[in-house]
Design a binder for this molecule. Structure first.
Ligand SMILES: Cc1cc2nc3c(=O)[nH]c(=O)nc-3n(C[C@H](O)[C@H](O)[C@H](O)COP(=O)(O)O)c2cc1C
Length: 203
């Protein structure tokens, strides 16, 4: 039994297209998290055709895609969030995923992965971490971006250093997610008082 064997990890593939290099990165992260002992679920946003979130439109609550992302998010202790970098930011579909969620992410833990054309990925990674933090989630202080040159013509990730960084993120999410989520749930049980810290805002 490994340290992370009780971890429930949802991996979000944040591309809106089937041909994306994001899927190779998600596959490696999923394989690594599973081999570390986690139960892993992958949410592929290109398969869900989520509408743009309309604040206050309760009819969106009944849409299968919305129910799917909320169920996978509520189930998880932690997340590995993978985004293509679009204009120095996360993809629109990953931001839309965030906009449908809030309580489901509070007190959870996330690692962030990016795929870029050639940039270092800092902008999109920071954007994902900022949105996760604004949902009262905690993020791993380590991350990785795979650039176009790190893949071969068939879309396979061929840069071993980048692959190892992805594995490192996956191992750490499996390691820390149950601890962070467990501590948050314990704090939440204290009620709304200040001693519960940020969890008191979610009672
Ligand atoms: C609308 C758009 C904006 C992009 N902006 C950036 C960018 O800011 N920095 C970068 O390095 N690559 C950028 N790219 C390239 C993608 O990050 C690159 O294609 C990457 O492989 C991710 O997605 P893909 O594999 O689905 O193409 C952009 C691509 C698109 C379509």
């Amino acid at each position: 039994m490994t340290a992370g064997s009780s971890a429930k990890i949802t991996i979000v593939s944040g591309s809106s297209r089937l041909e994306s290099r994001v899927h190779a990165v998600v596959g490696l992260a999923a394989e690594t998290a599973a081999s570390a002992g986690a139960t892993v679920e992958v949410v592929s946003l290109h398969e869900l055709t989520l509408p743009v979130m309309v604040y206050g439109d309760r009819s969106q609550d009944d849409l299968p895609g919305v129910q799917t992302i909320r169920r996978h998010a509520a189930w998880a202790d932690g997340f590995i969030l993978c985004t293509p970098e679009y204009h120095g930011n996360m993809s629109g579909c990953l931001k839309n995923w965030f906009d449908f969620l809030y309580e489901e992410l509070a007190g959870k833990f996330a690692g962030v992965l990016a795929v870029t054309g050639g940039g270092g990925g800092d902008m999109s990674i920071t954007a994902v971490k900022t949105s996760f933090a604004w949902c009262h989630g905690f993020t791993l202080p380590y991350h990785v971006a795979a650039r176009a040159v790190d893949f071969d013509a068939e879309g396979n990730l061929v840069n071993n250093m980048v692959a190892d960084r992805i594995r490192r993120v996956a191992y750490d999410v499996v390691r820390y997610a149950p601890l962070v989520h467990g501590a948050f749930e314990e704090a939440r049980r204290l009620g709304p008082g200040v001693q519960a810290g940020v969890a008191g805002a979610h009672t």
